[in-house]
Unconditional design. Structure first.
Length: 348
């Protein structure tokens, strides 16, 4: 079942990993705020060490502002920005990067401490190396994403790069959570129900596609092109769904992106209802699987409501930010619930 036999001494390591899961979730939410406030291009350089601190003094702030003025986002979108306006968007990008650094520091401190106190067993070494590499890859993708917007005639980061950055963060979250569960969940709680496990993998795969389209929604500002529900600007299948040719239509057309995102939400909701019913039929009574089986349904219903509200209120920039971030947060909780059930349903 587990890669590790459970020991009491492993619990501190598991709690350290779960702290990482919580911090990754916060990092993703900060990324959502950064995107929705159009802050991602406010810092035009990558300074791993000196970038820990924000500019100090008016001259330093003016120097950063002058760098931002060289971007096409400033020239064509934010040309009327004052220094105070710039400080607002700079804060969110700086805080997003600061939290990523803080996450790395928490990992390194925990790693050194548990290594020194001999809490790590030999079989933990490879998963920890993989965890470190996933974090490094995530940071690299983040800078590639920023660079995608710092080119001529680009006003924002690329939506494909944005989605890749988002999904990489979710992979890191999933891996860290699975690692922690290996150290916390007793073997007797695992129920290898083959059919239900396959169903859960189907839900998880659909959710990953849905999350990619969520990244496209944010990157293309697709909510605002049709702030109506249940129809798309009064039509179920508007002609605007096919304004681009070939496969690009499904990735670059904001109307099609919103249409796919809505359709997947309905499909996932229906499948989750069926999943809960099947889990209730087959799970052992009073097991962790049985007791927690309603959590995906509660989360997916909340997610649908937040999605509808995000669409309807997308013309309001402030409402879009907070509803969009809540929508993103519940999506991560829903994904975490599926990881939980995949773990409980794995083969022994």
């Amino acid at each position: 079942m587990n890669a590790f036999s459970l020991k009491k001494s492993d619990k501190p390591v598991a709690y350290w990993l779960l702290t990482g899961v919580a911090m990754i979730m916060i990092q993703v939410l900060l990324g959502g705020i950064t995107r929705l406030t159009e802050s991602g291009l406010s810092i035009t350089e990558w300074k791993p060490i000196t970038g820990m601190l924000p500019p100090i003094g008016e001259a330093a702030w003016q120097a950063e502002f002058d760098k931002y003025k060289q971007t096409d986002q400033f020239r064509y979108i934010h040309a009327g920005f004052s220094l105070a306006d710039f400080k607002f968007i700079f804060f969110w990008e700086w805080f997003h990067r600061f939290w990523a650094r803080l996450l790395g520091i928490v990992f390194i401190i925990g790693f050194v401490y548990f290594l020194a106190t001999k809490r790590f067993r030999r079989e933990m070494v490879l998963p920890l190396v993989v965890l470190f590499l996933l974090g490094a890859i995530q940071g690299a993708i983040g800078w590639i994403m920023v660079k995608s917007g710092l080119v001529p005639e680009k006003y924002f980061v690329g939506h494909v790069e944005l989605a890749a950055h988002f999904v990489a963060a979710l992979i890191l979250l999933a891996y860290t959570m699975w690692f922690a569960l290996q150290l916390l969940v007793p073997q007797q709680q695992v129920q290898p129900l083959k059919s239900l496990r396959r169903f859960t993998w189907l839900l998880f795969a659909l959710l990953l596609v849905q999350l990619v389209y969520g990244g496209f929604m944010a990157g293309l500002k697709a909510a605002a092109v049709a702030p109506t529900w249940p129809t798309i600007n009064g039509e179920w299948f508007p002609a605007s769904l096919f304004t681009l040719e070939g496969s690009a239509n499904y990735f670059n057309n904001p109307f099609m992106v919103q249409f796919v995102h809505r359709g997947l939400a309905y499909l996932i909701t229906v499948l989750t209802i069926i999943w809960v019913a099947r889990a209730g039929q087959h799970a052992v009574k009073n097991s962790w699987l049985y007791r927690t089986r309603y959590s995906p349904l509660i989360l997916v219903l909340l997610q649908v409501v937040l999605g509808i509200l995000t669409i309807l209120y997308s013309p309001d920039a402030t409402a879009l930010i907070w509803l969009g971030v809540l929508h993103q947060f519940v999506a991560m909780l829903f994904m975490a619930s599926l990881i939980w059930f995949l773990f409980l349903l794995q083969k022994r």
